[in-house]
Structures are given as C-alpha cells and as structure tokens.
Design a protein around this ligand. Structure first.
Ligand code: G16
Length: 533
C-alpha cells in the first residue's frame, strides 16, 4: 500500500486543525506564510505534496523549509524546494493551494488518491528533506510535515535547524551526489567546507573583519559555525539570541535595516566599520556603515548587484572568457542603480515581479546572471555553458590564469541554488578585498535616489492587482491614474503599490530627487491606497 487509509487521514486531520482564514490561504511569493496557529493542516498538506512531487520526479529529494523569514516571531511558513535547489515549480503551487484549502479529510484524501491514479505513482518512492528556522512553533509544524510525508510512505531526512539557503544546498547536493557533477557533501560540514575552501583559496593569508547582525535567528548560529573553519574571517556576531523567541527580527535584521534605514540594535556607530545584517532565515543580506558624523549609509541588494556585476564583467574580460553578464532586478530597484548598470556598466537589465523564483528564472537566461532584490535577496548564476568554458579554458598569460582561477573559485563560493546571506557576504568581502575598497568606496560608485518603503494595512489586499512587473495597478480601477498624477509633481519621482505575498499588507515604494520629496510622495501614495481600500 502506497497511501495510508482514509481513517488514518481522518485521525491526522483532527491532530492538525485547518486554518480559519477568510477566503482561504494561498501559496504566495515564498510559499505559505501566516500566524503559526493557522498552519498545522497546511504543513501536513505540504508534507504530502512534497512526497507526491518526489514520486512524480522519480524519487528525487524534495526540500521542505519551515520558516517565516523576516516576518514577526509569531508567524511561520513553508517553502518547497525542487531537486536542483530551486523554488517549487510554479505549476505545482496551485496544487499546494488546492490541498491546503480542502474542507474535509475526505476531500484531501480523494485529491491525493486521484493524483496518484492520474500520474500512476502507486509504486514510486518519495524522498523528503526538511529543515526549520529557530521559531518555537517550528518543531510542532515539522511533525505535521513528517506525518504528511508518512501518509505516502516517504523516506525522510530531518536536518532540523538550518538556514533556508543551507537546505537548498542540501537538496541539490543530495540529488547530485552520485552524478558526475556532485554539488557538495550533503551535510552542514560539507556546506561550510565548500565555502571556506574557495574563500581561503582566494584570500590566502588575509584576515577580514566584519560585524554580522544575525537578526536573533538561525543565521547567527550558522555563520559562527562557518567562522570556525574559515581563518580568513574575523567575525563579530551581534543579535544572536535565538533562545529569546520574541527577539527574532525585532529592531534588527536585514528587513528592519532596509526599511528603517538605520542601525539595528547592538551595532554601535563606529566610523567606517564594515557591518551587515541577515534576515531571520539568512537568505537576505544588506551592508552598511556610519561615517565620521555618525551618518548611516545603506548598501542594499542593488548595491550588491552592481558590485558583483561590475566585478564579474571585468573578470570575464581579463580571463578572455566569452560570457555575457546580465542583471535582473524588480520594481523595487533604485532607479539610480538601473541607470548605472545600463549607462556605466553597459550591461543588460531585466525586470521581473517580486519573488526570487521569478528573478532566478530570468537570470538563468544569461551566461552569468546576477540577480538581487533591493531587500538583499539574490545570487549570481553561472549557466552550464559558462561553467564549461570557465573550467575548460586554457589561459594564455599569467594575468589570464589569475582571472580564470578566481572565476573558478567564485563558482564554488556563490550559492547556485538561491540567495544566501552567508555566501553573499563572502562574495562581497572577496570583491572589496580585490579592489582594495572599503564600504565607502563601494558606496561612492553611484548615489541612490532617496527612497521610502511603506507598509499599508488594508482590509483585503487581494483587490490590488498589478501588471508590467508589478509597476502598474490594474485594480482597483482608477487608482493607478491617481498615483500617476501625484508622481508627476516630483522631480525624478517614481512610485508603485503592490499587495505583499508574505504579509497582510500593501507595500508602497517611492523615490524622488530629495529625501523630503521621497517621504512626501510615499505618504501621498499610501493615502491613495488606503482610500481605495
Ligand atoms: C520573500 C521572497 C522575496 C520577497 C520577500 C517579500 O522573502 O523570497 O523574494 O522579496 O518575500 O515579498 P512580498 O513583498 O511579496 O511580501 P523572504 O526573505 O521573506 O523569504
């Protein structure tokens, strides 16, 4: 028997109650997110779905990450990970939503049974790997995932506490371990060794100091583990209190720093000190420093993206490798960064809707695709063709050899599955060290337009529908025209509103020539959104 009986399903349904959410729950920007009380049944369904997906893909391991990332401590969520470590294929998101909104155990049982019959998955094997962040609700929700996966008699690998990108790494490593191109050893030690080895081969005897704000989350624990095997890193970790559940992401972390545009708790303004913040599951990173007047300077995902794109463009040219570098951004990218990439770096820029799943796929179309959301979520992807070139290339001069060796090490250092705060931190430190730059010099490459991000709470965010990579609203009717007429009044003004896929809110972004103008524009568009809601 490859599926538990209907009676077993019924018992488990009592154990894992359904969410009481008006209008149901949807697999959004990064999976399901909600207050943890709403999630036991959803997690149970995700365990089943991961098992179905694994069976459908011939037993390849599917990842289940239990996290609500930057959201408040009382929330939780779940993201499913496909075999190469990428986000769940979009066409399966609808199955996730359908299952999580089943009204009865019978309905869910029939759904699963029919799925198995349709795709003839009766005798297939399922392999699941799960991990969670530090949220206390994670332990119980993980049991729901396991019980769901057990309904389809799955093999389960419980990694327990990991960052989100670490689980993405594990999934790819597990699925490639007996191929000719293994991604890495599928355990934590393998992950740290892979990063430390390439970082060490690049930086040799250098010692680089950095202060990391761990958001009181799992990233604080894991980056400290990495430092133990990475002598080039002189690490100071602050906000590492994972034993205080309510401290997660509070007054600290990448989202806080990006939105508030100020230092997190426990980072003192020391002029020109190199600092960065991770988010709650360490898939985002932003950098910052204060100057001699204690003024705060943020280097967000756009700055990371431009730094990486410039460095790789130059490195590819020095190596003599024939590969094009392209950049992918979202509507949140600062207008000055997009101009800089096009006009100064002379590289192509693509814009996609929010969500790394969208950026990742776009970046795969370039030989070397650099993608970052302004919030600090992103990575650099090397296409299989680019990798072949880089590894088969025979350098014609010592300078070319140095460049090719560095490129090779970078393909190992940069997480190829998803944005990874730890790996991104190391990438930035390598680039700064090569260029002999501090954060100040990096920052001076171009000036961000002053900008403001506002969260507007509305009764029903689903009435806000967008088009044009989320830059224009098509619903509620007439609202976009009202926003346009306000934006016109501001020099270099740009603003848009979109419903969040991870929080119950509408996000408003505004930028303009000066700080007061950007702030005022954000307030005026937020008012229009509130009125329309
Ligand atoms: C997730 C997604 C990101 C997205 C962010 C905010 O990040 O992975 O791509 O930018 O949510 O999305 P939204 O504006 O739709 O709420 P994380 O770090 O929370 O997993």
């Amino acid at each position: 028997m490859s599926l538990l009986s209907y009676e077993d399903f019924e018992k488990l349904e009592v154990q894992y109650p359904k969410p009481q959410i008006n209008g149901g729950i949807r697999y959004g920007t990064a999976g399901f997110r909600s207050n943890s009380r709403d999630l036991p049944f959803v997690m149970f369904c995700c365990g089943i779905l991961a098992a179905l997906r694994s069976r459908y893909l011939g037993g390849q391991t599917i990842g289940v990450m239990i996290t609500a990332s930057h959201n408040p401590p009382g929330d939780n969520g779940v993201k499913l990970i496909d075999p190469q470590g990428e986000m769940l294929e979009q066409s399966w998101e609808v199955h996730a939503t359908d299952m999580a909104n089943c009204q009865t155990a019978k309905q869910l049982y029939e759904f699963v049974k029919q799925f198995i019959d349709t795709y003839k998955l009766h005798d297939a094997v399922a392999n699941i790997a799960w991990a969670r962040d530090t949220r206390p609700s994670g332990e119980y929700l993980a049991r729901a995932v396991e019980d769901g996966a057990h309904c389809l008699k799955s093999n389960i690998r419980a990694y327990k506490l990991l960052t989100t990108p670490q689980l993405h790494y594990m999934v790819r490593a597990l699925n490639t371990q007996s191929t000719t191109n293994p991604y890495g050893q599928p355990d934590e030690e393998g992950y740290y060794r892979k990063l430390a080895k390439s970082f060490g081969s690049i930086l040799k005897d250098a010692k680089i100091s950095i202060t990391v704000d761990g958001a009181n989350g799992v990233g604080a624990i894991k980056v400290a583990e990495l430092a133990k095997v990475c002598p080039q890193l002189d690490l100071t970790v602050v906000n590492y209190h994972t034993d205080v559940p309510n401290a997660l992401n509070v007054e600290c972390g990448a989202d806080f720093v990006k939105v508030q545009q100020r230092l997190p708790n426990n980072v003192k303004p020391e002029p020109f000190k190199t600092c960065c913040s991770f988010d709650g599951d360490a898939d985002r990173i932003v950098f910052y420093y204060t100057d001699s007047e204690s003024k705060f300077h943020l280097l967000d995902g756009d700055k990371i993206s431009t730094l990486a794109a410039m460095f790789l463009r130059d490195l590819v040219a020095q190596a003599g490798v024939n590969a094009t570098v392209g950049v992918v951004q979202t509507a949140y990218a600062n207008g000055a960064s997009s101009d800089y990439i096009r006009d100064n770096l002379k590289l192509a820029v693509e814009v996609t809707p929010t969500g790394v799943k969208h950026l990742h796929h776009s970046a795969q179309r370039f030989d070397i695709g650099v993608y970052f959301e302004a919030n600090g979520h992103g990575t650099v992807l090397f296409s299989p063709e680019a990798l072949t070139q880089i590894f088969q290339y025979e350098a014609q001069s010592p300078a070319q050899k140095t460049a090719v060796d560095l490129l090779r090490s970078l393909t190992e250092l940069i997480n190829q599955t998803v944005g990874d705060a730890i790996s991104d931190m190391m990438l930035v430190l390598v680039i700064l060290s090569y260029k002999n730059w501090t954060l100040k010099e990096w920052d001076s490459e171009y000036n961000d337009l002053p900008n403001r991000l506002v969260k507007v709470l509305v009764p029903d965010r689903r009435i806000f529908e967008t088009t044009d990579a989320e830059r224009k609203l098509i619903k509620p009717e007439g609202l976009q025209a009202r926003i346009d007429s306000v934006v016109k009044k501001y020099s270099k003004g740009r603003s848009f509103a979109r419903a969040s896929g991870t929080e119950d809110a509408v996000r408003v972004y505004a930028e303009a020539q000066t700080r007061p103008e950007a702030d005022e524009l954000a307030v005026r568009v937020s008012e229009l959104v509130s009125d329309a809601a």
